[in-house]
Design a binder for this molecule. Structure first.
Ligand SMILES: Nc1ncnc2c1ncn2[C@@H]1O[C@H](COP(=O)(O)OP(=O)(O)OP(=O)(O)O)[C@@H](O)[C@H]1O
Length: 280
């Protein structure tokens, strides 16, 4: 599976790297295009996500990142091409896929406790009461909120609410978690804490994460690979391997010269939409 299919040849030193080929894809995007009515948004995207991989998607505002995630999650259907989850075409949200959105204040039910919020989708899925309680408490412990099961969203800080939203996704025991700007509504310190929490949880549970962010630093810090979208309609500008090792540290990793180089490459790529269009 060639993860660089459909990518424009970048003018930077980025080159398709055979080492980044996904050996065991859990999700695949084949010949994908999407339009809202007659307005093309995303074009000719071929991409795959490896099992256990952390992939971030970056691109200019309005490029279609959220739309792409909605298609990956089975909430919208491609105009052309197809999306596969474990080899099966995605026609509705896959059972083993969970989504975390940016706006925690709207994603949690204010009249339900943290534990009840986490258990709610499990109830809809027919999971027994006992199993719901066990999974909700385990998920709360996973995000460091073991003492907050009985608290209501309005009794929790923004960062804690977003941790409950992450716990709700984890309690579903997904193979893949899709996150759309999940840390955009919290302060910088909380954001860094949530990034580290997400990395820890991903490593501990072995899940696959696909995350959209505006923040190039965040994308490089979190990712195994970054998918950069650019142009109108957006195409794959590049797929960038992030060889920074599994252990990331907010200070030490960001001080590494490789980190600065990757960040600069990505900035250059997504800041030249006009040039990308001209190349087609
Ligand atoms: N439901 C919709 N109907 C029609 N057009 C839409 C709809 N949702 C989004 N769009 C348009 O599609 C384009 C892509 O939007 P999308 O939200 O996917 O981009 P994005 O890259 O996530 O943007 P941002 O980074 O600003 O959140 C935009 O031009 C937007 O106005």
């Amino acid at each position: 599976m060639n993860t660089h299919n459909g990518a424009l040849a970048p003018t930077t030193e980025l080159k398709p790297d055979p080492a980044s080929t996904v050996v065991e894809p859990i999700m695949a995007v084949e010949g994908f295009s999407f339009a809202y009515g007659d307005k093309p948004i995303l074009r000719d995207i071929d991409f795959s996500v490896g099992s256990g991989e952390f992939v971030c998607i970056v691109g200019p505002s309005g490029a279609g990142k959220s739309t792409f995630l909605q298609c990956l999650a089975g909430l919208r259907q491609p105009t052309q091409g197809r999306i596969l989850f474990k080899g099966q075409a995605v026609t509705e949200p896959p059972a083993e896929l969970a989504v975390v959105f940016q706006d925690y204040s709207r994603s949690l039910m204010p009249w339900l406790s943290a534990q009840e919020n986490i258990a709610l989708p499990l109830k809809s899925a027919g999971v027994s009461r006992r199993e719901r309680d066990r999974r909700a408490l385990d998920a709360l412990a996973e995000v460091g909120l073991e003492g907050s099961a009985d608290l209501y969203p309005w009794e929790l800080s923004g960062g804690m609410q977003q941790r409950v939203a992450i716990a709700r996704a984890l309690a579903y025991q997904p193979a893949v978690v899709i996150m759309d700007e999940p840390f955009a509504s919290v302060d910088a310190q909380t954001r860094a804490d949530l990034e580290d929490l997400t990395l820890r949880v991903k490593q501990h549970l072995g899940i696959t994460i696909v995350l959209v962010t505006h923040d190039i630093d965040e994308a490089v810090y979190l990712s195994d690979r970054v998918l950069a979208l650019s142009g109108k309609p957006a195409v794959v500008a590049a797929v960038v391997d992030v060889d920074l090792g599994a252990d990331r540290d907010q200070i030490a990793t960001k001080e590494r010269p490789e980190f600065a180089e990757l960040r600069s490459q990505l900035y250059r790529l997504i800041r030249r939409p006009a040039a990308v269009e001209g190349e087609k």
